[in-house]
Design a protein around this ligand. Structure first.
Ligand code: HEC
Ligand code: HEC
Length: 377
């Protein structure tokens, strides 16, 4: 087992790291490089160099965000941000062995709401992933069949086609692997495959829809249910927001307060080190210092042994996905910002880039939250 890299907690690394205006202090290069290496085999010098370079470039870019809202319209500044945050021009990617077709996506959408996939015929995916709540359920933690809370918060399903691993701890390597897990989980849908397939098969309409998508040879199968459901989940792309309009060059799309929040997000707050790209996630796992005993990624084979870490969630449509975090422990965006600015627990596994005392004024906190809200439609 590779030893987790905790060396970064040394005083040498506790230097303050503030990015006011265009001044960069501290050492974002090393911080970020080590953050990426947590719990992994020590990466090659070249890989480390790459990760560090990205962090350095991000920090420099952040420091150079125009000080005045109006400056954001400058083509040079806008093009820098567009490169980092522009939405992809292409449709969601799909694996070669499960290409997305309109028919398959439509069948998946039907199955997503189909209670026949649960043993008692009362639960479907949509029971917990409600479209009007960005496919979350508004609960702190999901409700199990027994009525008791499950161990984790229900995540949003937007933009997962671009994801790399699924669940808060990344234990599912693909959507095809993920979608069958809640069906079988005894406290989620408690489905039994022979029963499910017999139910779908005996329904003329449903069987015909499967035949139309998958052909005549054994169309109603577990693999095809998984293929259709994952094609549907892959089709869910969050709507463009005012932030996207600003990235596209509409300088008036964000208010001065929201732009200040973006400046904090990419600068002093350094949120961008993990929440990066148009989905606002690095698809990696970090410990952000929440209380609680869930070991997350540490429990997954090949995960971050010894380090309780969770997947960086996307920040799209946040205004609909409360409460926040893997355990739903933070009820509001204000509480999230308060957590990062002074509320996090310092422990050896804490992400290196969070090992500093971020202090924000009341106005800065409000502006950061105002910016986060611009990522929702
Ligand atoms: C009882 C509520 C519940 C039901 C029913 C349910 N889910 Fe979930 N879903 C969750 C929770 C909770 C998680 C996070 C669990 C974890 O990370 O350990 C999750 C995670 C996911 C993820 C991973 C998201 C990510 O960001 O990695 C996908 C995809 C997903 N569910 C799809 C489905 C599909 C498809 C169905 C129906 C077959 C379904 N879910 C049924 C509660 C539910
Ligand atoms: C070291 C990487 C890292 C940094 C830096 C970081 N985050 Fe996070 N963020 C995460 C991870 C990982 C989670 C999920 C943690 C969990 O549930 O255990 C998260 C969760 C969140 C959530 C909750 C989203 C949801 O759907 O539950 C919000 C909002 C958020 N972060 C905003 C921010 C802001 C604002 C900043 C800057 C002040 C920031 N983050 C800095 C990694 C990071």
């Amino acid at each position: 087992m590779p030893r987790p890299d905790w060396k970064r907690s040394s005083p040498e690394n506790a230097r303050r790291w503030d990015l006011p205006g265009c001044r960069v202090s501290g050492d974002p290069f090393h911080r970020h490089a080590s953050s990426q290496r947590i719990g992994r085999r020590p990466s090659s010098p070249a890989a480390r160099h790459g990760a560090g370079l990205i962090a350095l470039v991000l920090a420099l870019l952040a420091a150079c965000l125009p000080a005045e809202a109006g400056d954001a319209a400058k083509p040079d500044a806008a093009s820098v941000w567009r490169a980092l945050f522009a939405r992809p021009p292409t449709p969601p990617p799909a694996p070669a062995d499960n290409p997305s077709t309109p028919g398959k996506v439509a069948l998946g959408a039907r199955l997503f709401a189909d209670t026949r996939l649960s043993r008692n015929g009362e639960r479907a995916c949509v029971s917990c992933h409600r479209p009007e709540l960005a496919f979350t359920d508004g609960r702190r933690r999901a409700r199990g069949l027994s009525g008791a809370p499950l161990r984790r918060n229900t995540p949003s399903l937007w933009n997962l086609a671009w994801g790399k691993h699924y669940f808060w701890d990344g234990r599912a390597p693909s959507l095809e692997a993920q979608v069958v897990m809640p069906i079988a989980a005894p406290d989620e849908m408690d489905g039994d495959w022979p029963t499910i397939l017999a139910r779908l098969e005996s329904d003329h309409d449903t069987a015909a829809a499967f035949r139309a998508v998958f052909g005549r040879a054994e169309p109603v199968s577990q693999a095809n249910v998984a293929a259709a459901l994952s094609a549907y989940v892959r089709s869910l792309v969050s709507p463009p927001t005012r932030f996207d309009a600003w990235i596209d060059g509409d300088a008036g799309a964000l208010t001065a307060a929201e732009l200040d929040g973006f400046r904090l997000f990419t600068g002093k707050g350094a949120c961008v080190l993990c929440h990066v790209g148009w989905r606002f996630t690095d698809d990696k796992f970090h410990d952000i210092g929440l209380p609680g005993s869930d070991a997350g990624r540490a429990l997954v084979a090949g995960g971050t042994a010894g380090l309780p870490a969770f997947k960086t969630p996307s920040l799209r449509e946040l205004t609909r996905t409360a409460p926040y975090m893997h355990d739903g422990s933070l009820a509001t965006l204000e509480a999230v910002v308060a957590h990062y600015a002074g509320g996090l627990r310092k422990r050896p596994s804490l992400a290196p880039s969070l090992r500093r005392d971020l202090r924000l004024t009341g106005e800065e906190k409000r502006n950061l939250v105002a910016f986060l809200r611009t990522l929702s439609h």
